[in-house]
Design a protein. Structure first.
Length: 91
């Protein structure tokens, strides 16, 4: 493997997480639909390693809390995998 220039990061085999900000539309157990600020809906499955639990999702839905979801795209599943959900500033 060639030496990297000073300060350069080594290439990663895992892609950087993607982000989407919006409001929850539907929640069922660990699955949910987020409607983004761009009005596009996306389906997610909460990762087992996520920083919140499935029981934390309904209060976010009922409060209409704006959130940012960090996720990994999954080509072999019906939904992408949400790894982190945090409150977003009102928008």
């Amino acid at each position: 493997m060639p030496d990297l220039p000073s300060g350069a990061a080594a290439p990663s085999s895992t892609p950087a997480p993607r982000r989407m900000t919006g409001r929850l539309l539907l929640v069922q157990e660990s699955r949910f639909v987020l409607v983004g600020d761009n009005s596009v809906a996306k389906q997610f499955q909460l990762a087992h390693t996520a920083d919140i639990e499935p029981h934390d999702l309904p209060p976010l839905l009922h409060a209409r809390q704006r959130v940012t979801v960090e996720y990994r795209q999954t080509s072999d599943l019906w939904a992408d995998t949400a790894t982190r959900i945090v409150a977003a500033s009102p928008g």
